[in-house]
Design a protein around this ligand. Structure first.
Ligand SMILES: [Zn+2]
Length: 433
C-alpha cells in the first residue's frame, strides 16, 4: 500500500461519477472516504463541508467508479513472466510455491482495478490467500474462494495427466461422497462450491459433451451446499449439463455455451445469473497455439466460441443477468480483467454502461456481497477505481494501466506501480469490509 497514514477523511472532488447502478454519470461529483467506508457521495457542484484534518484531492478529468469484480478466476496459476506449460505447471510445482503465485496474482488483479475476485476452483491455498489478504498482510482484492467438487474423469480431474496418481482435486463420486466433499469444504471455510456438469475445453482427454455427474449427484451437491449456506457455481457447456444444474438450483452458471431458449427461460424463472467468461475463449483462439495448448483444447475452443457468443447474446436480449468473469489463470494471465467488459460490449451488444454494471454491481449482487460493494454509495465499502478519461466513451480506458490513477480497496489506496498518476494519502480505519 502506498503513502503515509493520515488523520482525517479523504475527499475526492470534481470527478465524473459512474456509481455502478447503471444510472447516468454525474459530473462534478465528490466522494468522501471515512476509514474503510464511503461516508458520502455528493452530486453536482454542491460543496462538501470540510473539517480540519480532511485531505481534499481535486480530480478534474478523472472518473470514479466501483472497483471491478472478476467473478471467475483461478488464483493458483503461474504469475511469472515466462510462459510455462499451462497444464503441467500445477502438477510439477510444489503447492507452497503455487500459493506464492496465487498471492502475486491477487496483487496483479488489484493493480488492474479489481477489488473483488471470486476464485472458482479452490481449496486450502485459495482460502489461505483470501485470509491473508483479509488480515491485511498481503495486498489484494477481497477474495471469495470456492471448493471444487468434481467426479473422476470430470473436467477438473482431467487437468492432471491420467498417468499421475496425484490429483489436483480429490474427486468425489456418488451422492454420499459428494455430500461429504461439500461438508469438508464447509469445514475449510470456503465461500461457495464449484461443480462441473459437463466436460471442458482446457481439460485434456475428455470431451466437452461428457456428462459430468448424474442428476442425483448434482442434486446432492447443490442440496448439501445450500444446506450449509454455500452458493453453487456450475461450469457447464452442454444443454444437458446446463439443464441439470439449473434444475438442481445452482446460483451462477459458468460459460453456458449450450444455452437455448428453453434453458434461458429456466434461468429467468429461477433468477440464475450467467458468467460467460468470454475472455478465456478469446485468449485460447488468439494465443492457444503460441502457448502450446494441446490441439484438442484449441479445437474444442474453436467449436464452442461462436456457440457461446450466440448463446450469451440470446440470454442478454432475453433479460438474463450477466456478470463479468475472465477465467484468468495459467492460460490467461492476471491483469487483463477489464477486457471482459469490452467483449460484453463488442460481442454481446451491451452498452458500455451495462458492461460496467456487469463488472460491478451485478457481479457483487450475484456473489451475495451487493450490500458491501459494487456501487459507489454512502455506507458501502470504499472499493473504488479512479481512471483518467471516460470509460463510457471508450471502454479501453479501463484496460490501459496508464489510465488507472489509483485503486482503493476498503479505503486504502493501492499504488499499482511507480507511474501511478495520483498518490492519495491513506486514511485510518479498521479493514473490516
Ligand atoms: Zn474456470
Amino acid at each position: 500500500m502506498t503513502s503515509q497514514p493520515h488523520g482525517g477523511r479523504l475527499i475526492l472532488t470534481g470527478m465524473v461519477l459512474i456509481d455502478g447502478t447503471g444510472g447516468p454519470p454525474v459530473h462534478d461529483a465528490s466522494v468522501v472516504v471515512e476509514g474503510d467506508r464511503i461516508g458520502a457521495v455528493v452530486r453536482g457542484t454542491e460543496a462538501v463541508p470540510g473539517e480540519p484534518g480532511d485531505h481534499v484531492v481535486h480530480m478534474p478529468g478523472f472518473t470514479v467508479l466501483p472497483g471491478l469484480v472478476d467473478a471467475h478466476v483461478h488464483l493458483l496459476s503461474n504469475a511469472g513472466r515466462h510462459p510455462q506449460d499451462v497444464h503441467l505447471w500445477n502438477v510439477v510445482t510444489p503447492v507452497e510455491e503455487q500459493t506464492l503465485h496465487a498471492a502475486a496474482n491477487a496483487r496483479k488483479a488489484l493493480a488492474a482495478g479489481v477489488t473483488t475476485l471470486r476464485d472458482t476452483a479452490g481449496s486450502w491455498p485459495e482460502v489461505s490467500v483470501r485470509n491473508a489478504v483479509a488480515d491485511g498482510i498481503l495486498d489484494g482484492p477481497r477474495i471469495l474462494a470456492s471448493g471444487m467438487v468434481g467426479m473422476t474423469a470430470g473436467h477438473a480431474d482431467m487437468f492432471a495427466p491420467a498417468a499421475l496418481r496425484e490429483r489436483l482435486w480429490q474427486p468425489a463420486d456418488g451422492a454420499d461422497e459428494c455430500r461429504k466433499r461439500v461438508r469438508e469444504y464447509a469445514r475449510m471455510g470456503v465461500d461457495l462450491v464449484k461443480i462441473c456438469t459437463s466436460g471442458g475445453t482446457l481439460s485434456v482427454g475428455d470431451k466437452t459433451e461428457w456428462r459430468n455427474y448424474t442428476d442425483a449427484e448434482v442434486h446432492a451437491i447443490v442440496d448439501e451446499a445450500h444446506g450449509l449456506g454455500l452458493a453453487v457455481a456450475a461450469h457447464a457447456h452442454t444443454a444437458r449439463g446446463i439443464r441439470v444444474a439449473l434444475e438442481a438450483g445452482i446460483d451462477t452458471l459458468e460459460h453456458g455455451s449450450g444455452l437455448d431458449d428453453e434453458l434461458i427461460e429456466l434461468m429467468l424463472t429461477a433468477g440464475t445469473v450467467l458468467c460467460p467468461t468470454l475472455s478465456i475463449s478469446e485468449r485460447m483462439l488468439t494465443h492457444g497455439r503460441a502457448l502450446g495448448l494441446p490441439a484438442e483444447s484449441i479445437a474444442k475452443a474453436e467449436h464452442l466460441a461462436p456457440l457461446r457468443r450466440a448463446a450469451v447474446r440470446r440470454a442478454y436480449t432475453s433479460g438474463v443477468s450477466i456478470i463479468a468473469g475472465t477465467d484468468s489463470g495459467n492460460t490467461l494471465p492476471f491483469g487483463a480483467h477489464a477486457r471482459e467488459l469490452q467483449l460484453l460490449h463488442d460481442h454481446v451488444g451491451m452498452t458500455p454502461m451495462e458492461a460496467i454494471v456487469a463488472g460491478t454491481s451485478a457481479a457483487a449482487n450475484a456473489l451475495g456481497i451487493g450490500a458491501e460493494t459494487g456501487t459507489v454509495e454512502s455506507g458501502k465499502c470504499a472499493d473504488l477505481l479512479i481512471v483518467r478519461g471516460d470509460p463510457l466513451a471508450d471502454l479501453t480506458v479501463l484496460q490501459n494501466r496508464e489510465n488507472l490513477a489509483t485503486v482503493l480497496r476498503a479505503g486504502v489506496p493501492f499504488d499499482p506501480n511507480a507511474s501511478a498518476l495520483i498518490h492519495l494519502p491513506s486514511v485510518p480505519g479498521e479493514f473490516a469490509c
